[in-house]
Design a protein around this ligand. Structure first.
Ligand code: HEC
Ligand code: HEC
Ligand code: HEC
Ligand code: HEC
Ligand code: HEC
Length: 439
């Protein structure tokens, strides 16, 4: 985008010429009027800087495209209003709060309860606001110049999933991917049954045969539930090649995108259908792939750059899911409803990344032969009916090794990345392959 500096011309004031005093006390007759001076240059229009942005091809166009963005039409910002912990990624004022205050992604021990507390939250009076122009362009209308479009943040992103122990810094194009990654990153798994600290992901990878969850409620770190998950926004982690449970095996390297491309290159490319620009969608838009001399002629039929890698990652997800079973029963939940399962098309069995654990409240849909989950819920809710509690006890217990827990996390990260290897084929492939080998 063109950025102009405005030079404000100073209007010329009238010069008042005073008469010089000499030693003489008597004044002579007035002299002839001088010729008129040249007219001064026009001053800057009061609205000229406004027009730089407020033009049909400026914010008007961006705003029209933005109507197709899920940031605008999605309902999460409304639903999570008031939440100080969901807010940093779902609420405009909360996002700006964590950027301005540099809120750390660490966990701190509360000595009164002896449990660790996640420091990544905002003040209650900042927990609101739909994601809108000023979420990402937080300087809007501060100086009324085009520079006000500057991005809210391009700073490196300490990962909340890792309690800040791992930091993502994608530097292409001035670090503008970091803006997206600050929100599009996975959330932490915590030891709710123990000290509340973030799970030791490195320990899972280094000690795969150890028991992670033994099926009972004592001596364990985390009680698996239907919703034991990475949350939804895993694209930033996979794109950056950071944050997976890195079991040994194939080396962890990254595709060229990680260092050469930014999210915006593909997600804000010139419009094509419902994607590009301020819709932030990449789906169905290959303009970004074929720009800036990166690729030529890529489209949905390209075998080596599209159908091939995507089919390969889909097969890898299928293979890992097939091994994540106990006595032949899937640990992973299936959900063929593509309206609620955004990733239904990404595996043959239409997994959604949740676990196959009985929960009639949070998993009310179920699928054929699977009434609300096939494993016993270790923590039945008080809100269940007696019949539901009794039924839960007829189901088999779930147990997990470190390898299974780590593989589940990696499955969720790679499934919910959504791109089937387009973001970072090499890292995705290594995570899935090494998880499979660890099982
Ligand atoms: C850096 C770009 C930029 C500049 C410069 C700029 N605006 Fe805006 N303005 C915006 C954006 C972005 C919006 C929000 C548009 C939307 O929500 O669709 C906006 C919205 C508005 C609104 C609608 C009310 C609101 O707050 O949503 C008014 C009125 C407005 N601007 C007036 C002005 C005036 C007057 C100037 C010049 C003195 C100016 N703007 C300069 C970007 C700019
Ligand atoms: C303030 C946090 C935040 C920032 C910054 C942000 N996003 Fe998002 N994004 C979200 C949330 C939250 C959703 C889901 C909204 C909903 O469903 O209500 C979302 C949805 C999306 C979707 C739609 C996903 C789907 O489910 O189909 C895309 C694509 C996307 N964002 C891309 C981007 C890109 C690219 C950037 C950087 C230019 C970016 N986002 C910056 C929070 C953010
Ligand atoms: C670290 C950032 C982050 C935090 C914290 C976070 N979310 Fe999200 N959430 C996202 C992103 C990004 C998406 C969209 C991902 C996508 O669609 O690809 C999302 C998606 C969602 C969706 C799905 C919306 C849809 O389009 O289907 C729901 C519901 C949701 N979040 C609820 C919550 C709740 C409740 C909390 C707090 C307990 C929370 N989120 C905390 C980043 C976050
Ligand atoms: C999710 C983050 C995000 C949101 C929300 C957002 N923008 Fe942007 N906007 C960007 C990014 C990223 C760029 C590219 C900036 C760069 O590369 O320096 C950009 C660029 C722009 C530009 C420069 C020209 C262009 O299109 O690249 C304008 C104008 C603009 N945005 C207006 C708006 C308006 C108006 C809204 C609200 C309707 C809005 N933006 C909402 C992230 C966002
Ligand atoms: C090399 C191009 C490219 C880059 C760079 C890229 N993406 Fe994507 N992204 C895609 C493609 C392609 C899809 C899948 C679209 C489909 O399935 O048709 C996708 C899917 C997504 C989705 C799911 C919703 C959607 O658009 O369909 C989100 C969210 C997302 N990307 C976020 C990001 C974020 C955040 C970054 C930067 C950290 C990023 N992407 C970088 C190409 C890219």
């Amino acid at each position: 985008m063109k950025r102009k500096t405005f030079l404000f011309t100073l209007g010329l004031g009238l010069m008042m010429a005073g008469s010089l005093l000499t030693g003489c006390t008597k004044e002579g007759p007035a002299g002839k009027d001088g010729v008129d001076g040249a007219a001064g240059a026009d001053g800057t229009d009061g609205t000229a800087t406004c027009i730089e942005c407020h033009s049909p091809e400026g914010i008007e166009l961006a705003a029209t495209q933005y109507e197709l963005s899920k940031h605008m039409y999605g309902e999460a910002a409304f639903e999570e209003a008031g939440s100080t912990t969901c807010g940093p990624c779902h609420l405009s004022e909360a996002f700006k709060y964590v950027c301005t205050n540099n809120t750390p992604a660490t966990f701190t021990l509360n000595t009164a309860t002896n449990k660790y507390v996640n420091d990544y939250f905002v003040a209650p009076d900042a927990a609101y606001g739909e994601i809108t122009c000023s979420t990402c362009h937080s300087a809007l209308h501060t100086t009324y110049a085009v520079g006000d479009l500057a991005l809210t943040t391009v700073a490196p992103v300490p990962m909340t999933m890792w309690g800040g122990a791992v930091t993502i810094d994608c530097q292409a194009d001035g670090g503008r991917s970091n803006l997206c990654i600050k929100c599009h990153q996975p959330r932490p798994f915590t030891a709710g049954l123990a000290d509340g600290q973030v799970i030791d992901y490195v320990g899972l990878a280094n000690n795969p045969t150890a028991v992670f969850y033994d099926g009972d409620a004592t001596g364990n770190k985390l009680r698996p539930a239907y919703r034991t998950h990475t949350h939804y926004g895993t694209a930033g982690a996979i794109f950056a090649g950071k944050g997976g449970v890195e079991f040994p095996g194939t080396a962890y390297t990254n595709s060229a995108h990680t260092t050469l491309a930014s999210c915006q290159d593909c997600h804000m490319a010139p419009m094509q259908g419902k994607a590009g620009g301020h819709t932030f969608f990449a789906k169905g838009n290959f303009n970004g792939c074929n720009a800036d001399g990166c690729h030529t002629g890529v489209d949905a039929t390209s075998a080596s750059l599209w159908t091939g890698p995507r089919a390969d990652i889909k097969a890898s997800l299928d293979a890992l899911a097939a091994k994540l079973t106990i006595n032949g029963v899937d640990i992973l939940n299936r959900n063929p409803d593509a309206e609620h399962n955004l990733w239904a098309a990404n595996t043959t069995n239409k997994y959604d990344g949740y676990l196959n654990i009985y929960d009639p409240i949070t998993n009310p849909e179920g699928v054929a032969n699977n009434p609300n989950g096939l494993f016993r819920n270790p923590a039945p809710s008080n809100s269940w009916s007696q019949a539901q509690k009794d039924f839960n006890l007829t189901l088999p217990k779930i147990t997990l090794t470190n390898a299974q827990m780590g593989a589940l996390i990696n499955f969720q990260l790679c499934l919910r990345d959504y791109s089937q290897g387009i973001h970072n084929y090499k890292y995705t492939k290594a995570l899935l392959q090494n998880s499979l080998a660890a099982l």
